[in-house]
Design a protein around this ligand. Sequence first.
Ligand code: NAD
Length: 294
Amino acid sequence: RVQAIGDQLASKSSIPPVFKVAPSGPRVAGKVVIITGANSILGIGRASAHQFAEHGAKAVYICDYDDSNLEAHKREINASFPQVDVHTRQFDAADEKAVKEVIDDALKRYGRLDVFFANAGITGPHTLFTEIEADDFMETMRVNSLGVFLAAKLAAPAMQVTSATKPAPSGSIIATASVAGLRSNAGSTPYSASKATVISMAQTVAFQLAGTGVRINALCPGLIETGMTAPVFEAARARGTQGRIGQLNPLKRAGHADEIARVALFLGSDESSYVNGQAWAVDGGLSAGHPYVP
Ligand code: NAD
């Protein structure tokens, strides 16, 4: 019935329907997906690889600087979804040549690239800004910001390549930023700056990609329990203050990597075909305001 109403509206509309999304079908059917920062066991990248595999991706490239778990993740995904081609790559997300090699491999094997999830990131130094060395600042910017810039620079042209299985240029670049890039959390000056840069790049690149069929969005997680934040959670447990974690957001809890992965899946799918150039906060409401203290 929903589809029938959609068809009726489409027949009256002057805007041609860009994609026909089958609500009950695989959400990313046949898509070729590259995910960086996918090694961490608790991480957003690994959870996302599972989501894309579960929802019909043809191929998923899982890439990381640290490749200690990549083969295990591949086996784990294929145990549940044997039809998905999972490729592992050890690489530095901020190395232009290495990023290009993965993209070229996808084009060579499949003739298409549909989703690039630029998710690799580091926390950088969490200390007072006056105590941070310039080299540490630059390394945070290199991985978190340059990594996203290179992903966009190299993935966007590849997504415009057409083939027998991809008749029109299209694609979705998803860049992991952070609520720390939207609002200060007073934690780390380089980290916040690097993530604000990601948001700004997504906005600018969206305009520069105008008319190409390629979209880009920044994904801004709040506090999520992952490899990156594990020390924070462990320290709180050791102090007995774990009950305070996540208390600043209206949901009063930290998030799970899967809750970010599901939004990445949406942004990578055609369901989000009109979502472009946005910073998507997925933070339990943390960035919506501040608690009312009478
Ligand atoms: P994680 O540490 O579990 O995963 C990050 C992964 O990135 C790791 O596997 C790491 O090896 C990889 N990586 C680091 N540098 C790399 C490089 N140069 N090249 C390739 N891979 C590299 O942490 P996570 O929380 O899953 O992080 C994913 C993204 O989410 C990061 O960009 C992070 O900044 C962002 N983020 C996380 C949170 C949170 O609370 N966990 C909040 C906001 C944003």
